[in-house]
Design a protein around this ligand. Structure first.
Ligand SMILES: C[S@@+](CC[C@H](N)C(=O)[O-])C[C@H]1O[C@@H](n2cnc3c(N)ncnc32)[C@H](O)[C@@H]1O
Length: 273
């Protein structure tokens, strides 16, 4: 039984499941969709009609992730999560910007976490995530206003998504952790070299986060993988590069039968004081 402690996105009162909907003590009610998710994104928190990743991006991401190419990243997150919570019982976890649920499902099962919630601002993402697991609470919501009770979460994962410092601090227990994965400077550099006229090699590191958190560790990792032409186009579809490149540069991909690419990422652990 998943006992993740949720709150109403409108009034902040505790939100309880009736099986068919989530209802708060002041009677705000949110239906559970037939796929199993709940939409906790009030219109006033939406900045566009369909915020977040589109269905096309999500289908591409699901195919790509299911092929196992990013399994080393997934395993590293899962191992780190297990190491950090090894002395805890009844672990509660939240995956923010969960996308179609690949990392949420894998980390939850590595942790054997009963209480687990996956949150994404994209309704299509959350809808798709439902097919990965029925034991996770899947909710449409924004990282800027999380429908989760104060100090109720042991571990947050944010994989290629975003950190909302104030909200993550609010929902984490004291001593709770954030595992954050962000792209490194050389991430998919070979793809960028094809689709952009010029590529500037940056020397950025994850920005220091202070205040309520202590940074426990940061590691940079890389590995390479080779994609055929259709996988390459799928990869492009699931990245923000798709929106930025010129049509003629996109067409250059048609002539590339296969490409070896670098996955380069930072994994950082933050602990709430
Ligand atoms: C690059 S994807 C990563 C998805 C997933 N973690 C993965 O790696 O497969 C970023 C995700 O963050 C979501 N997102 C963007 N803004 C958000 C917000 N304000 N609150 C919650 N999710 C958000 C997008 O819809 C998208 O699914």
């Amino acid at each position: 039984m998943n006992n993740i402690k949720m709150i109403c996105p409108i009034c902040g009162e505790p939100l309880l499941s009736t099986g068919k909907s989530f209802v708060c003590t002041t009677h705000h009610s949110f239906d559970i969709a037939k796929q199993g998710y709940v939409n906790l994104l009030p219109v006033q928190n939406k900045k566009s009609l369909h915020p977040g990743d589109t269905r096309e991006m999500l289908n591409a991401r699901r195919n790509f992730l299911n092929s196992g190419i990013y399994l080393p990243i997934c395993n590293e997150v899962a191992e780190k999560a297990c190491e950090l919570t090894k002395n805890l019982e009844n672990i509660s976890m939240a995956d923010i910007g969960c996308g179609e649920g690949y990392y949420t499902t894998a980390v939850r099962s590595a942790l054997n976490a009963q209480d687990c919630i996956g949150i994404d601002i994209s309704k299509d993402a959350v809808k798709m995530a439902c097919s990965r697991s029925k034991d996770i609470v899947w909710a449409v919501a924004t990282a800027g206003c999380l429908p989760i009770e104060d100090e109720s979460i042991d571990i947050i994962t944010a994989v290629f998504s975003l950190i909302s410092k104030a909200e993550f601090s609010r929902i984490l227990k004291h001593g709770g952790y954030i595992i954050e994965v962000t792209a490194g400077n050389n991430h998919l550099i070979e793809l960028k070299e094809i689709i952009y006229d010029s590529v500037y090699i940056q020397h950025k590191q994850p920005a220091y986060i202070d205040g309520d958190f202590t940074e426990i560790s940061r590691t940079e990792s890389s590995f390479t993988f080779t994609l055929n032409n259709s996988q390459l186009k799928e990869l492009l579809l699931m990245t923000p590069h798709l929106w930025r490149i010129k049509k003629e540069n996109r067409e250059k991909l048609d002539d590339i039968p296969q490409l070896t690419l670098t996955a380069n990422y930072w994994l950082r652990v933050l602990k709430k004081k």
